[in-house]
Write a protein that binds this ligand. Sequence first.
Ligand code: NAP
Length: 302
Amino acid sequence: MDTQQIKGKPIAEKVYAECLQELEVLKSGGHLPGLAVVLVGDDPASRAYVGSKERKCKELGLHSVKIELEEDCSQETLIAEIEKLNADDAIHGILVQLPLPGHLAEDEVILKISPAKDVDGLHPINIGKLAMDDATGFAPCTPLGCQRMLIETGMGISGKNVVIIGRSLLVGKSLGLLLLQKGEGGNATVTIAHSRTENLAQVASDADILVAAIGRPGFVTEDFVKEGAVVIDVGINRVEDASAKRGYRLVGDVDYDKVAPKCAAITPVPGGVGVMTIAMLMANTIRACRMAEEGKELEFRR
Ligand code: NAP
């Protein structure tokens, strides 16, 4: 089968081009979108993610602020920072880099972010809006990126049988809600599978669109995949590789070499979904600014 590789970069570039157009309009009206990223501790992967978000803000010309807190900072200190950012009119998007150190209560921290600035889309109000098909909220960035890739691939979502392996709010469950919504990019028939799902390979092999968001290298093998399916691999896993410069390489949740020949289209890792997350974060931040300038943040207070 001729397999299409769905690369993230050209789709992300398209999102950035749209962002630049919107930015021009906002800037001409004297408005500059601002994103604040809060980093607690010194986890190298989190630091790298925060660094790439900062770089992308600079590249596009967004206002960007990085708040760094010590690993042992208290819940009160972190919440006080969030409240300052909530009150700062130059900041339209607030992202707390997850995971937080174990002594901090993530759910409580996310609840403190103003829903109108919650560009990561994890506040219960935004998750509720997603579940209610209310487009005034923010959806999480990785699911938005997956949906955009599926739209751009042009193989259709409406009416398709989608199986998502993974039920995290950050990825699987939110993507399920997005693809289930009425309207463009939605109307799919969605199954969300997880570690307790029985006959997983059989369930997955019914999918027209199979999404892997598990966190296990090469978990999805060819017996999970129907001939002609579209496969989106969200997984980013480090596996040891003595021949690699850093001593490891990144692989997805899908055993690409075995699965790709059966697919109509598949995302690679790296080079697939990964770059879409930051693109959708930029898009959400710009939209948060536009909504604030239009007074639409009031939508969150209904
Ligand atoms: P997570 O919170 O750990 O969730 C993993 C999900 O996979 C859970 O629902 C879990 O089921 C399910 N699972 C684990 N083992 C399974 C098994 N043997 N069979 C079936 N299901 C199984 O992870 P996440 O945050 O969703 O991330 C998933 C992957 O995506 C990771 O590799 C992560 O690095 C990657 N990721 C990538 C991006 C990106 O930008 N591309 C963004 C976020 C995450 P239970 O709920 O039953 O435990």
